[in-house]
Design a protein around this ligand. Structure first.
Ligand SMILES: NC(=O)c1ccc[n+]([C@@H]2O[C@H](COP(=O)([O-])OP(=O)(O)OC[C@H]3O[C@@H](n4cnc5c(N)ncnc54)[C@H](O)[C@@H]3O)[C@@H](O)[C@H]2O)c1
Length: 264
């Protein structure tokens, strides 16, 4: 089916690595104009070159710290100037370091809250100011850790649950303007190749979060018996972003996690 995303203006935050990279490349295959907003511009430029080879109409890499409102406003203005507006925002930036809550500190909580929640607020607020005039689609990347609790992910899971709730309210407030807002929740989603991750990635050291033995155990515990790959998530994001495919879908939270969460 034609997702009708060709020549649309799409912002992908954290678009340089792993899931964000796969999302960028998936929009590229659809022929979109992409603004890749990431702290890691070296990796971003590599992904931009791959995106152009795959058929992107254009890619603009903008060095952006999503926790800084001024930088977000500059990035959004670049997208509007280059591509004439914004049709899709993908709030993909996220970060965690797995630790039991009682081993964490207030500084750590603040970092988690800023990167995972405040960054998403900055981007959504800035983009919505334009989208209420034109309509559009916002897709935020949450986590299955938000849906049922996950040891060593207390503050991160709390912020991701905040995203789920926030996006539902934004969906209700802005549906009248033709703005759809949805959430995609990855489970464990592992890059297959070193070229898929940048130096700023949580996966820069593939085994920093899980050992190979733990990956195997996670896969065995899932109904589909395999961990997620970045492309799995990207396909779900394309669906949510596309008015042709999901034009009557808003305020929804979709797990793409091999069956880890099954919420009625
Ligand atoms: N990979 C997983 O197993 C998994 C599971 C559940 C949820 N998620 C969520 O999926 C999303 C993507 O995860 P990933 O594994 O691809 O992450 P990743 O660490 O590989 O990539 C994150 C990207 O965001 C960029 N970034 C980090 N902080 C930034 C900031 N302040 N401003 C701008 N850019 C910034 C990094 O440079 C990097 O390119 C995140 O929201 C994450 O929480 C991932």
């Amino acid at each position: 089916m034609d997702l009708e995303l060709g020549n649309k203006s799409v912002i992908v935050t954290g678009g340089a690595s792993n899931i964000g990279r796969a999302i960028t490349l998936a929009f590229a295959r659809e022929g979109a104009n992409i603004t890749l907003a990431d702290l890691d511009v070296d990796q971003g430029e590599k992904v931009a070159a791959q995106a152009m080879e795959l058929g992107a109409a254009a890619v603009e890499v903008v060095k952006t710290d999503v926790t800084d409102m001024t930088q977000v406003q500059t990035m959004v203005n670049v997208a509007i100037e280059k591509f004439g507006g914004i049709d899709v925002l993908v709030n993909n930036v996220g970060w965690d370091d797995l630790m039991f809550f009682m081993d964490t500190t207030p500084d750590f909580w603040e970092k988690i809250i800023k990167i995972n929640f405040v960054g998403m607020l900055n981007c959504t607020h800035t983009v919505l100011g334009h989208m209420v005039k034109t309509g559009g689609s916002i897709v935020s990347i949450s986590s299955d850790a938000s849906r049922q609790g996950e040891p060593r992910e207390a503050v991160y899971g709390g912020m991701k649950a905040g995203i789920n709730s926030f996006m539902k309210t934004i969906a209700k407030e802005n549906g009248r303007y033709g703005v759809r807002c949805n959430v995609v929740c990855p489970g464990v989603t592992v890059p297959q190749d070193d070229e898929e991750v940048g130096d700023g990635s949580m996966w820069a050291d593939r085994n920093a979060m899980f050992t190979e033995e733990q990956f195997a155990k996670i896969a065995a515990s899932l109904p589909l018996k395999k961990v997620g790959r970045p492309r799995d998530l990207a396909n779900a994001v394309l669906f949510m972003a596309s008015n042709a495919a999901a034009g009557h879908v808003t305020g929804q939270v979709l797990s793409v996690s091999g069956g880890y969460s099954m919420i009625g």
